[in-house]
Design a binder for this molecule. Structure first.
Ligand code: SF4
Length: 224
């Protein structure tokens, strides 16, 4: 992994991210995450999906989709627990949902929520706030999750960590429009689940020009 200063890392991301997006789209196609859901259901999904399988989250979202926004926002914490029981950390997540709904009721107009006010809500970190702002409110932002740090770190051969969250987010915002940001995040998640796993399946990977693979090949050749 190269150790570069933030300006150099920013330049690499700025110059190559769109090429990478194009390559991911060629391999996996458009993902169209959360295309027709209400903002409230997207928010519920963003909170429930932390450390949980998406198919379980989807089943629970279906239960919420039978309720109106007003009914959802009026749910008590115990009622939320009953609805989301079955998902990991359901007590903690029902508390987070309750806190978010409380914040929305205080703001009154859901569309007026912004990233900063979301970050003040208990249980909402940057990743969740950015998922909500991007997918529920079409704001120009992107969550930088562990998949993104790992994949971009390998691809560019840079040692990204959580401390690079804002650098990566702000650079990607500069280089992509909102739709592209939505797709880029969704594609990275898909790619990370299929091949760029903890132990990457580089031989099956169709992403070209990945530095990690190039360096691995050079190392294996050098050892002969
Ligand atoms: S070649 Fe390997 S490290 Fe690079 S993106 Fe593909 S799976 Fe990940």
């Amino acid at each position: 992994m190269k150790q570069l200063n933030p300006t150099e890392e920013e330049a690499i991301l700025e110059n190559h991210s769109r090429i990478l997006l194009k390559n991911l789209l060629e391999v996996y196609g458009f993902q169209y995450w959360w295309p027709a859901e209400s903002p409230l259901l997207v928010i519920i999904g963003a909170i429930l999906t932390q450390n949980s399988k998406w198919d379980i989250v989807e089943n629970i979202i279906t239960k919420f989709s039978n309720l109106t926004d007003t009914e959802i926002l009026s749910l008590k914490e115990m009622e939320l627990q009953k609805i989301i029981k079955g998902i990991s950390y359901f007590r903690m997540k029902s508390r987070y949902l309750y806190e978010v709904f409380k914040a929305f009721k205080e703001i009154e107009i859901i569309g007026e929520i912004d990233r900063d006010s979301l970050l003040k809500v208990k249980g909402i970190g940057k990743e969740t706030a950015d998922s909500i702002m991007l997918y529920a409110f079409n704001e120009k932002t992107i969550p930088i999750d562990m998949y993104t740090l790992r994949f971009l770190g390998r691809y560019f051969s840079l040692s990204f960590s959580k401390k690079d969250y804002e650098l990566i987010r702000k650079t990607l915002i500069k280089t992509m429009n909102t739709l592209e940001l939505k797709e880029f995040h969704a594609l990275i998640v898909e790619h990370s689940k299929q091949v760029c796993k903890k132990e990457p399946l580089c031989q099956e990977c169709k992403i070209i020009n990945c530095n990690y693979r190039t360096i691995s090949l050079q190392n294996s050749t050098a050892s002969y």
